[in-house]
Design a protein around this ligand. Sequence first.
Ligand code: ADP
Ligand code: ADP
Length: 231
Amino acid sequence: APIIQIENMTKTYTLGGEVVHALRGVSLQIEKGDFLAIIGPSGSGKSTFMNMIGCLDRPDSGSYILDGKEIEKMKDNELATIRNEKIGFVFQNFHLLAKLTALENVELPLLYRGVKVKERKKIAYECLEKVGLKDRAHHLPNQLSGGQQQRVAIARALVGSPPILLADEPTGALDSKTSKEIIQIMKQLNEQGHTIILITHDWEVANEAKRIVRIQDGQLFEERGDFVGTY
Ligand code: ADP
Ligand code: ADP
């Protein structure tokens, strides 16, 4: 079965009496081991859809089966548990804590989960190694380049061994050479079995994925991926 099955999902926002249709009946199946890019211009519904895929918010209607689990039937605490188990998040602006070293940032999700210090450090080092940053473990974020900071953030997303990596504009704050390095790491993680979902407005980034869907006005369209440029 697909790892993600979304059927006819809708989401509207009401803002000052005006209704915004952010998702207009979106359906999407993602197979295990896929590397999917979701591309669209600003305001097209990318963040809204990412929040749904990541179980950070709930749709108004539609169904969502995540790795065999029916999301719409879950209580909020169950949703938080499944999110932690299934999905590692990567964001545009890294979201690292400035006063913690790379290693401590990577350890943090494990600390919250009550993992003991020795085990925590072991896993955190392993994850830093996966992104080629073990030798920067004791640096603070401001002692690292943007690309290195994003690699720390990817390592942090990996500590729970989530089957899915959900990256929201992970290259949006990086130059094009560094972007390519980050995409390269994501490709390696994909080869190691992680399902990757990458949200972007940059065709150069999207074209690196195995599959591309375009989002426009809250609707999804399958793409071949021979476009160029950015939105
Ligand atoms: P993108 O991430 O592609 O820029 P969004 O999902 O953020 O798109 O937004 C889709 C539409 O929903 C836009 O018209 C946006 O203005 C609107 N929207 C998003 N979040 C809210 C919100 N919290 N309240 C009202 N409107 C929102
Ligand atoms: P960026 O601007 O860096 O792409 P955002 O701060 O817009 O990322 O985050 C996108 C969405 O994810 C928002 O709905 C936000 O509330 C949520 N979010 C941000 N950081 C985290 C986090 N560490 N864990 C879970 N959700 C988060």
